[in-house]
Design a protein around this ligand. Sequence first.
Ligand code: V3L
Length: 83
Amino acid sequence: PEEEYQWFYEGRNGWWKYDPRTSNDLETIYKLGDAQCELLICGMLYVIDFVNKCQYRKYNPRYKRNIKRDTKDAPCKGVSGVR
Ligand code: V3L
């Protein structure tokens, strides 16, 4: 069934939705209780840290983005960089 929750990552002045496949993967892994996971996003390997609620590139962790789990209707800038 379609997930009730949506995962978001932070942009400059608001939140972006993760693409549907990634958001559903995150929801599945989150429910397993894992502290973090690694996912390929746009050909780049990212660490998603559920404990510290952030994501960063595995091989270039300088830039951390906040992430959140929220309802699908939460305000956002768009989906995966597309307004
Ligand atoms: N899903 C899709 N693209 C991503 C993701 C993700 N989870 N994480 C990073 N990127 P970094 P404003 C974002 C993109 O963190 O104007 C938005 O989607 C990221 O795209 O250094 O600041 C917008 O397209 C960025 O282009 O790894 O709100 C864009 O930023 C690139 O990967 C501008 O958004 C490097 O991010």
